[in-house]
Design a protein around this ligand. Structure first.
Ligand code: UDP
Length: 317
């Protein structure tokens, strides 16, 4: 039985990955400081014999014997990563060093969750892996963008200098159940607002684009990368190339929830990327990866989750 470490496993994507790997018969250790993750996300497996939880900050060194590492630990929504930007940079850089040291010692494969943010406000569209990006090094998103870029540098240098088997996954916008309601990102915000019949807050005029990947497709992508037979560093874009404007996302959510909400415009946050869409050719050609969940189907499942959550909160208060 493979023993797998997931850092950040109590978060949104991490908890889905935990479920998937436990179902595959793996032994899973989740390490998380619960800064943005929650044990509620892991409620489904707390009594599973193959599951273990360690509460620890990734900025502290770790020493475990494992066969594979998925490194996901880091706040990922702009609201959360900007709340304590110095801590975010530390998490990206010190966290990467700590997990890489562990991978070196264990001589095991390590996959890191990098991000489309390494492209900044992209000049090349759709984003291809050999584009070096257009990132503001001194803006409010820089703690995350530059932190993740530096983490990629560390992963490549541990690969070149210490022969560590690394995989860099550049994750594009992902959504689905277990996103937190107060996450500040577009999908939880719009769904919660629509369900409460409150105005949907469109930042700017809503013409900026995103390409949204349902979490099940993302998990297939990440585990597919980990399963590649030969050591291949990437970086690989992973996401769903189905691009739409933020306004279209709002309209789809309004229609699916049959909400009475309208839309209001709010200022566009500083350095908000205007266009984002992954070119997934590199990874698709290698593995045949293709997202299979449409935006409408994924949103229906996500709306059902948030509906249940809002009822829970209403019942509790
Ligand atoms: N956005 C919006 N209203 C919201 C939250 C987000 O219009 O209530 C926009 C945001 O400006 C960005 C896009 O939706 O253009 C995606 O934002 P999110 O915070 O989800 O993630 P990002 O892709 O920017 O990291």
């Amino acid at each position: 039985m493979k023993h797998i470490l997931i850092t950040g496993g109590a978060g949104f994507i991490g908890s889905h990955l935990t479920a998937f790997l436990l179902n595959q018969g793996c032994q899973v250790t989740v390490l998380d400081n619960l800064q943005t993750g929650s044990l509620l996300n892991l409620d489904f497996c707390k009594h599973h014999p193959g599951f273990e939880f360690i509460r620890q900050d990734i900025c502290e060194p770790i020493d475990l014997n494992v066969d594979e590492i998925y490194h996901l630990a880091c706040p990922a929504s702009p609201l959360h990563y900007q709340a304590d930007p110095v801590k975010t940079t530390k998490t990206c850089v010190l966290g990467a060093l700590n997990v890489l040291e562990m991978a070196k010692k264990n001589q095991c494969r390590i996959l890191t969750a990098s991000t489309s943010e390494v492209y900044g406000d992209p000049l090349v569209h759709p984003q291809v892996e050999n584009d070096w990006g257009n990132v503001n090094p001194v803006g409010i998103r820089s703690c995350y963008d530059e932190g993740k870029r530096c983490a990629e540098t560390l992963f490549m240098d541990y690969h070149r200098y210490y022969d560590v088997d690394v995989v860099i996954a550049r994750i594009f916008n992902t959504y689905g159940p277990r996103m937190s309601l107060d996450d500040g990102r577009v999908i939880p915000n719009f769904i919660a607002q629509a369900l409460k019949n409150e105005p949907l807050t469109l930042y700017g005029d809503g013409s900026q684009t995103r390409s949204l990947c349902y979490v099940d497709d993302m998990i297939r992508g990440l585990t597919g990368m980990m399963a590649l037979a030969k050591p291949i560093t990437g970086p690989f874009n992973v996401g769903n190339p189905d691009e739409c404007t933020v306004k279209q996302i709002a309209e789809t959510i309004l229609s699916l929830t049959r909400s009475k909400s309208n839309m209001i415009n709010k200022p566009l946050p500083q350095d908000d990327p205007m266009r984002r869409c992954p070119d997934i050719t590199r990874f698709s050609q290698l593995t045949g990866f293709k997202p299979s969940v449409s935006l409408e189907a994924g949103l229906k499942r996500t709306i059902a989750y948030f509906e249940a959550k809002l009822c829970e909160y209403a019942g509790a208060s």
